[in-house]
Design a protein around this ligand. Structure first.
Ligand SMILES: Nc1ncnc2c1ncn2[C@@H]1O[C@H](COP(=O)(O)OP(=O)(O)OP(=O)(O)O)[C@@H](O)[C@H]1O
Ligand code: SF4
Ligand SMILES: [Mg+2]
Length: 328
């Protein structure tokens, strides 16, 4: 595992993970992910936020190729996952790990904590590095292996089960950790502890993270950048300070209005929380997908789909898909 951010010689970091035109469709015409482009550089935490059903889990699974996207490409460390042979993909899997929303059902109820964490290295035939043994990994996540290593999932709380899931992922020394709503099922007090653990592990183990949540409040303190997803597409993406301090898309602003404690003083007090039904991903609105719920919608929004473009000069890293974005 390298710790430096490689560059192509022009000063820009080379993405460790790069998605281009990723689509995920299901039977019945459900286009859960409708063309997503994302690049994540080594050491970065990119959060993906959006309401239930907007395609976050489908996107997360596509990133780790479990299963692969219906179309589009996922490049990891410069390699197109689709182009790899089954054995090459298998060899690469330990480097791309995922943590799931429901901590208890994601663990095998018949295995002890120690066995659950040891299973990965056994399956992938990974030699554990010095200091990276199963018990050491349990300690790293706050589970005492001497007292609790032989307990089974039902003997742990939800927060402890999530710690074991995290141990199971990090024992493989991944480069990328995709966390699909890892704290949504936990009590608020436990959420903060697990978020802190992830933040510490990220720094200690030099991880790159894709962190999925439905709530902008959860991701503010752990993200470098945030992508806001609506009905299968990214509608706004930018650094944390831009998304929270100068949200430009009307959907982002409505999401922020639901969590006023994280809103920035610059944001208009007239923003209302998002209301109305989420349209079906099998028949999204014409033009802008958000237009049926947008307070600013005009005729153009129904006829022309807005592209994801930089907000303007000096905002190269802040992209928004809106014909009438709010400029701070
Ligand atoms: N296996 C499947 N078969 C058919 N439709 C599916 C399948 N999985 C997801 N969907 C549909 O795809 C859309 C996106 O689902 P997905 O689970 O990716 O959303 P999500 O943003 O993760 O939602 P949540 O916040 O509730 O976890 C939804 O309309 C969902 O009903
Ligand atoms: S393009 Fe139109 S409908 Fe869509 S978010 Fe912008 S103003 Fe609203
Ligand atoms: Mg989900």
């Amino acid at each position: 595992m390298t710790t430096s951010v490689e560059t192509k010689g022009h000063g820009r970091p080379v993405p460790l993970l790069e998605l281009s035109g990723v689509e995920v469709s299901y039977p019945g015409g459900v286009r859960a992910v409708a063309g997503v482009d994302l690049a994540v550089v080594r050491g970065e935490t990119l959060s993906v936020v959006g309401e239930s059903g907007c395609g976050k889990s489908s996107l997360a699974r596509a990133i780790v190729h479990a299963p692969p996207p219906t179309s589009g490409t996922v490049r990891f460390d410069g390699r197109d996952l689709e182009a790899l042979s089954p054995s090459e993909l298998r060899a690469l899997r330990p480097r791309l790990q995922m943590i799931f929303q429901d901590p208890i059902s994601s663990l095998n109820p018949r295995r002890t904590a120690r066995q659950i964490v040891a299973d990965g290295p056994d399956i992938w035939k990974r030699e554990l590095a010095d200091g990276g043994g199963v018990d050491d990994t349990l300690r790293k996540v706050g589970i005492d292996p001497d007292r609790m290593g032989d307990r089974r999932p039902h003997q742990f709380s939800g927060g402890q089960c999530q710690r074991i899931s995290i141990a199971r992922a990090v024992v493989l020394e991944p480069d990328v950790l995709v966390c699909d709503e890892p704290v949504s099922a936990l009590d608020v007090s436990v959420q903060a502890q697990v978020l802190n653990l992830l933040r510490r592990l990220k720094a200690d183990l030099d991880l790159t993270m894709v962190f999925i949540a439905h709530d902008l409040a959860v991701v503010k303190n752990i993200s470098d950048r945030v992508a806001v997803m609506y009905l299968g597409k990214i509608c706004e993406i930018g650094p944390v300070r831009a998304i929270y301090g100068n949200p430009a898309h009307h959907y982002t602003r409505a999401l922020l209005a639901s969590v006023p404690d994280v809103a920035d003083a610059q944001r208009s007090v007239s923003d209302a929380p998002v209301s109305g039904e989420v349209p079906s991903p099998s028949s999204p609105p014409s033009g802008c997908r958000f237009r049926t719920r947008c307070p600013r919608a005009e005729l153009r929004c129904a006829t022309e789909e807005p592209e994801l473009n930089a907000l303007g000069a000096g905002h190269d890293d802040h992209l928004v898909a809106c014909h009438f974005p709010v400029r701070g």
